[in-house]
Design a protein around this ligand. Sequence first.
Ligand code: AOS
Ligand code: ZN
Ligand code: ZN
Length: 388
Amino acid sequence: MTLNSQILGQLEQQAIELPSWAFANSGTRFRVFGQPGVPRDPFEKIADAAQVHKVTALAPKVALHIPWDKVDDYAKLRNHAEDLGVALGTINSNTFQDEAYKFGSLAHSDAAVRQKAIDHHFECIEIMNETGSQDLKIWLADGTNYPGQDDMRGRQDRLTESLAKIYERIGENQRLVLEYKFFEPAFYHTDVPDWGTSYAQVVALGERAFVCLDTGHHAPGTNIEFIVMQLLRLGKLGSFDFNSAFYADDDLIVGAADPFQLFRILVEVVRGGGYGPDSGVAFMLDQCHNVEKKIPGQIRSVLNVQEMTARALLVDRDALGAAQQAGDVLTANSILMDAFYTDVRPALAEWRESRGLPADPMEGYAESGYQQKIEAERVGGEQAGWGA
Ligand code: AOS
Ligand code: ZN
Ligand code: ZN
């Protein structure tokens, strides 16, 4: 099995959005570990993200998080990104760090708190207008810890109302994407726990509202590729937050915990028309690099996505369809497994070199001297925001 020119052409169009927060210090609820050379402001986060794109040609956009990436002049930030060969991507809102949001934000029982959260999203939309961003991504920490703590039905109704107000402000060329998560920080119920709830909410909003699927936001054993298939079938898969998980929302390097799961997801993405610049599906990463270095961590991540996309594109669709039609279970399964077990790395390395990129981007970055430079120059880097 080889990566023919048609597959390479498809791979050339791959664009993965990097999260600005992956470059900042991060940790767990137990400790935030500082690393030398981490960015001190959003400008430096973008400079680091641009390094990932430079050695891979895979990461032309950087997703921002408000308020972690708040600046006085977004046009300046946009120009800075463009000068470095990248663009500003999705704007992520944050309604989970204020004291006011202790009992929720868009679903809160107090209208004043809901309005505060809605206003924050209005501010995010204004920022999108300046940064040229297309997507507003909403992930909510809303939920309860104890049965009876609040009325789940009332919360769902209020969420619908709040989202409608935000959606009204979204521009013609902008989209709202609603992320779901089955638990955490709330442990009894979460107001947007699953794809079905997110789907119901975005369908009620309209055609520019979509679901964001974070691969780490499912119970262990969930068939995530089924959800991918269903959302593509319904025309409502807006974006991915890629990462990998051994247990819950681990935010580890995509493809690290379960490469086969990433393959199965990408097979459904390709099957369902979710791959490519016109598919309407944004490939984003949502990761933290707590113990490994951040820029190499992001390089490894985008390469994992590229390698697994190549394998998904290698699946012999015609042969698979014929085997499925004939009820030939084992042939159908082996067609899929043949693609999964194909080592595409040498072919990708060769192809990279032919395009003037380092055959091994990890090595290319290590040899660039950038890491030594930032470690020497930057003192007092930022926390991503969680421990702040
Ligand atoms: C939280 O668990 C979600 O995955 C969010 O997408 C994200 O990690 C957070 O909003 C940081 O932007
Ligand atoms: Zn996420
Ligand atoms: Zn998450």
